[in-house]
Design a protein around this ligand. Structure first.
Ligand code: BES
Ligand code: MG
Ligand code: ZN
Length: 501
């Protein structure tokens, strides 16, 4: 369910019945451009306020005007030069944020022609951004003082005609992003491996998905010893959760999405220190995104066969925990010397990658993982690290990411880096030292994939939630971002010819 109800409006501005008018305002010749109809209705007064407030229409800047007729308030929101869709997303969310504690309930969003930007893209990204901006985990836990915004409805009016279908598509995508955010944001007291299974079951029931859960005895029978090793120290036993969406029908699997689902990463016996451990409820963000992606695919009824899989574990220290220098015999037969129990994500992903590749033979495998602190050092909070041998796919994801607002940046998997993973006692170590930490983690994963042309690894440790204020965007609060859902859902749409980049 979306927070707001959206519809297309083609009537006159003054006849919409909305209490609030929001107007995207671009800059031309260094001046805000007020659309003709808005000038006609509010010209003089509005012009004076623009002057008095020094409103410059830079992206995300907001001016609130009280006209005393037709609308209770008029909100001009800058889209700057409207050079890309990020200007639009920032504008939409900035307008919503100023309306949040005002008694507005029905908004007329007026989108004038924005030059080079396609009107369907503008409407679609506006709806997504408004829904992301409505999300507020404070509402789930705060008792009294927090009030829900009174906004209920958004009418969308444009200069150039748009396809109404983009509204519903945006609603479905945004709703699944927010669904993923709720799972990633949930404290680990509520969201543990068992609750992940429950969430998957709810999705399976709601959308008619296939559901397979490998519990401890199944993991043992299959030899998924990476998942078992990491999960042994958890208070709740590990499991591998698999959801199957058959939107195409027929045999075979088009896409597999694997998400790291460490519901709390204390580091295990290599315990994380204060200052690092606090955010580790977010270590399930990859799994949350995988659930969001398959949910969106089902909502959009995409004609594809998709399998989502989540190795769900807690990485805790305790008497049953796996220990430094343990040797694990993994699902694909390789042995791993555990030199740091905090490098757990790669162990559970390795087993899941080989298990899914062997048993599902998907045409494409994506994994999403809050895998390394090193990727935050390399790329910060504005791009995920992307690893693949497939140049075409790398290029495509790069372009989609730019457009939909989830950027990726490719890092190499050159063979020199594999030296760092050498072990004296086993086939490989699970760590490669400090240099190039994200690359050696990806290199480790690659040892568990047979057909590397089909595989993409996304290290989302920097982008999965807002860390120390970044990514700084008006459509995120201090919350999980749902990173990966938009990127991969639009990738699927593009693959189906339903989206142009
Ligand atoms: N979940 C962490 C990675 C992480 C760190 C994500 C900070 C987001 C923010 C992962 O399991 C981990 O602990 N990685 C270690 C690997 C090291 C022991 C080789 C790291 O990055 O320090
Ligand atoms: Mg760790
Ligand atoms: Zn982790």
């Amino acid at each position: 369910m979306t927070y707001l109800v959206y519809s297309k409006y083609t009537g006159l501005l003054e006849e919409s019945g909305a209490d609030t008018l929001v107007v995207y305002t671009p800059i031309r010749d260094e001046k805000p451009v007020i659309p003709g109809d808005v000038s006609r209705l509010f010209g003089d007064g509005l012009g004076r306020v623009i002057e008095a407030e020094g409103f410059d229409a830079k992206t995300g800047k907001v001016l609130v005007y009280y006209p005393g007729k037709i609308f209770d308030r008029v909100v001009l929101v800058g889209v700057g030069e409207a050079g890309d869709l990020e200007d639009v997303r920032v504008a939409a969310a900035s307008a919503l944020n100023v309306l949040r504690d005002k008694p507005a309930s029905r908004i007329l969003l007026y989108i004038p022609d924005l030059g080079s930007l396609d009107v369907n893209d503008v409407v679609e990204q506006s709806v997504i951004s408004l829904e992301l901006a409505m999300y507020d985990p404070g509402l789930f836990y705060k008792s009294k003082e927090k009030k829900e915004p009174s906004i209920r409805e958004v009418l969308v009016k444009t200069d150039r005609d748009f396809d109404e279908g983009v509204i519903m598509r945006a609603e479905r995508i945004a709703d699944s992003v927010n669904y993923a955010r709720r799972i990633a944001d949930a404290p680990s007291s509520e969201m543990n491996p068992e609750s992940i299974e429950r969430e998957a079951r709810k999705l399976a029931d709601k959308y008619g998905l296939g559901l397979r859960i490998l519990h401890l005895e199944d993991l043992e029978r299959e030899g998924l010893n990476g998942i078992i090793g990491v999960g042994k120290g958890g208070g709740i036993p590990p499991r591998l959760v698999i959801l199957e969406y058959r939107g195409r029908g027929g045999d075979g699997w088009d896409v597999a999405v694997i998400g790291k689902t460490v519901t709390f990463d204390a580091g295990g016996l290599n315990l994380k220190p204060t200052g690092y451990i606090e955010e580790m409820k977010f270590d399930k963000s990859g799994g949350a995104a995988a659930l969001g992606i398959i949910r969106a695919a089902a909502e959009l009824e995409l004609p594809l066969n998709i399998v989502a899989s989540l190795p769900a574990v807690e990485n805790l220290p305790g008497p049953r925990s796996y220990r430094p220098k343990d040797v694990l015999r993994m699902y694909n037969g390789l042995t791993v010397e555990v030199n740091n129990t905090d490098a757990e994500g790669r162990l559970i992903l390795a087993d899941t990658l080989s298990y899914i590749e062997k048993n599902y033979r998907p045409n494409m495998i994506f994994d999403l993982a809050t895998l390394t602190g090193a990727v935050v050092i390399a790329l910060g909070n504005y791009a995920a690290g992307l690893f693949t041998d497939n140049d075409e796919l790398a290029e495509k994801l790069y372009r989609i990411g730019l457009k939909v607002g989830e950027k990726v940046w490719r890092l190499p998997l050159w063979k020199e880096y594999y030296e760092q993973l050498k072990s004296d006692v086993a086939d490989t170590s699970n760590i490669g030292g400090r240099p190039a930490g994200s690359i050696t983690a990806a290199a480790f994963l690659s040892k568990f994939v047979e057909d590397r042309e089909k595989w993409v690894h996304l290290d989302i440790a920097g982008t999965a939630w807002v860390q120390k204020g970044h990514p700084k965007k008006p459509y995120y609060k201090n919350t999980a971002t749902g990173y990966g859902v938009r990127l991969l859902v639009y990738y699927l749409l593009e693959k189906l010819g339903m989206y142009k980049v």
